[in-house]
Design a protein around this ligand. Structure first.
Ligand code: SAM
Length: 235
């Protein structure tokens, strides 16, 4: 059986590449996004009542994990970054992006509705991610008392993020241009420690990621400490 799905919306997020995106929603509250409804759902009628809701579920496609899953079925076992990238578990025991049908789901805070766009925060989605459905969060059903997950019991431990003076100045300048809280976003995303858990970073090794049109660069002066080196506009 083949099922064809059509996006109902597109996510406009700060994250131009996968690296340094938080691994789950709500970990970086400064990660704000605009969810733009697409025809034929780009009507205020489709949003009637949503003003009464604080959070929504976004059901989406990992569109940048698609290429490999089209060529062959997803692997039955995956190596989640949380387990250091070496240990394997079943694909259905993980939130891996390479999975059957490439479907993801994230619960995000609904900040406001503006025309046919939803402004949300705490996203873990790449810019341009196709949204397949939007559903209201229902606290009495979705928040499960006594639930546990022994593979991912708590949010990841945060690491220290310091800034070189020049990088902080650059981030503040870019924040005014973009009208976005660049400092908070960089701080919150890097505190999650984006590098693969198995890597032992040396201070000489520089890392980078793109948020909007900004090249964010950092290094690890010590294994569990990040220093932001630059926040430069890509010309
Ligand atoms: N909360 C969702 C879930 O559980 O289904 C996503 C979890 S997944 C582990 C989050 C990661 O997916 C992000 O850190 C990012 O690297 C990756 N990602 C986000 N959007 C993507 C997209 N459109 N295509 C491929 N990978 C994506």
């Amino acid at each position: 059986m083949t099922i064809t799905l059509h996006p109902v919306a597109i996510a406009h997020t700060p994250f131009a590449e996968k690296f340094a995106i938080p691994r789950q929603p709500a970990l970086a509250p400064a990660a704000r996004a605009r969810i733009e409804l697409l025809p034929p759902y780009n009507s205020p009628l489709a949003l009637e009542g949503l003003q009464q809701v604080s959070h929504v579920w976004l059901i989406f496609q990992f569109h940048q994990a698609l290429a490999s899953s089209r060529q062959q079925p997803a692997s039955l076992r995956v190596r989640p970054p949380r387990l250091g990238g070496n240990e394997k578990i079943g694909v259905f025991a993980s939130r891996a992006t390479h999975r059957p049908n490439s479907l993801g789901q994230s619960v995000v805070a609904l900040e406001k509705i503006e025309g046919c766009s939803l402004w949300v925060s705490g996203v873990d989605l790449l810019d341009g991610t196709p949204i397949l459905d939007i559903k209201p969060y229902v606290p009495y059903a979705d928040a499960v008392d006594g639930a546990h997950n022994q593979i991912a019991s708590d949010a990841p431990t945060l690491i220290d993020v310091n800034w070189q003076t020049q990088a902080l100045d650059q981030a503040q300048q870019q924040a005014s241009r973009l009208n976005q809280d660049v400092v908070a976003l960089v701080q919150q995303c890097l505190a999650q420690d984006p590098k693969p858990a198995y890597q032992q970073p040396t201070p000489e090794r520089h890392y980078g990621a793109q948020f909007w049109d900004l090249n964010i660069r950092w290094h690890y002066p010590a294994p569990n400490r990040i220093c932001v080196l630059a926040v430069e506009r890509i010309s």
